[in-house]
Design a protein around this ligand. Sequence first.
Ligand SMILES: [Mg+2]
Length: 456
Amino acid sequence: MKRKVEELGGRRSFFRKLGAAAAGLGAASVLPDATLEGAMQGVNKSSMPSQLKITDLRVAVVTGAPFTCPIIRIDTNQGLSGYGEVRDGASKTYALMLKSRLLGENPCSVDKVFRKIKQFGHAARQAGGVCGVEMACWDLAGKAFGVPVYQMLGGRFRDRVRLYADTTEVEDGHAQGRRLKERMDHGLTFLKVDFGVNLLKDKPGTLNRPAGAPAAGSDMVMHPFTSLAITDKGVAYLSDFVAAIREEIGMEVPLASDHYGHIDVNSCIRLARAMEKHQLAWMEDMVPWQLGHLMKQIKDATETPILTGEDIYLKEDFAKLVDMGAVDMIHPDLASAGGILETKKIGDYAQERGVAMAMHFAGTPVSFMANVHCASATENFIALEHHSIEVPWWEDMVTGLPKPLVKDGHAVAPDAPGLGIELNPDVVKQHLLKGEGYFEPTPQWDTERSWDRLWS
Ligand SMILES: [Mg+2]
């Protein structure tokens, strides 16, 4: 039988891929010939990428990962399923409302599908549905053709993707530094820490308001309109806090920072200048990304790198900030930026203008692997966030990959087709949001309609 198979010549690898795909296997290229015969007998002649059609979109909403994350599954007419993920904290409705626009489309035409639905995305979590669908289409295209996503993007620039981890804040700088040092002891080579007005609330004379007063007003009020300022004493306190951290971790590990509070631009500038001697990797989202001219004021006034991007949707708004010189680095969240290909385009655009790209991420291993494939294939990549180091079951949600997914502070884009993962139903079912089912039918979204054209 082996000889007969070999006589098929070029069709041999083709049938291998189809056989593996039909059997739902992760690694398509490892079927022994004895298995191949059986797999070929099971091949449906309609199981062709060019004939692949989307037939369903279902959701499983996981919670405690540490955030709430809707995982989506797109099913097809050939038994292949692809996975994607709506951004952490976003509603599953952002994906479900797209279902009627996706039924009958070929998911292998990833960019065509994306252009059809991208009008339904917007900044931050509102882009979550579009981006989750885009990830699932790449997963399906990869499974249909037997190719990993990174390869479809043009191939790897690096074997290992460097990760960075945020660390929630404690009051004492040395204690915080020791917590960060623990991360280094576990292999992480890039750190992030939060510090800002939360550390000053009960310190008299550090803010332009009495101690104990609400620090930032309503969370919905943007920074220029809170009239909240940090005093010289407050700036000195936060500088001492970071100095204590540096004493614990040393100067030779990158340390990024975030969450200063909704303070005014001049406070941002004074804080960023005070941080120059601590050599931060970046200061993140000091003012809302929409206010690029204010971000440029800060960037022009300090040598501390200024970065934003986790809430920006599509390349155009990244391009504006890069072109006006408002940022030293960009920081897209792939589940808000427009998905895998758009994020690579954003990275490439920034690279041509001398700007590097870090990546924000806070979801499950489904979206994580979408990020790892993109990071592998984007040259100006610096580091990808990992927000779930303390969640013991996080990696158990998926199978099909060598474990651990995170080793020595890095992750590897797998060679298996698509994203390279399958779900572990037992683990995912244990962590569903209360009241949510495991990929239950969604016929109520089959016929959602409107006249979608954006011009007349
Ligand atoms: Mg952030």
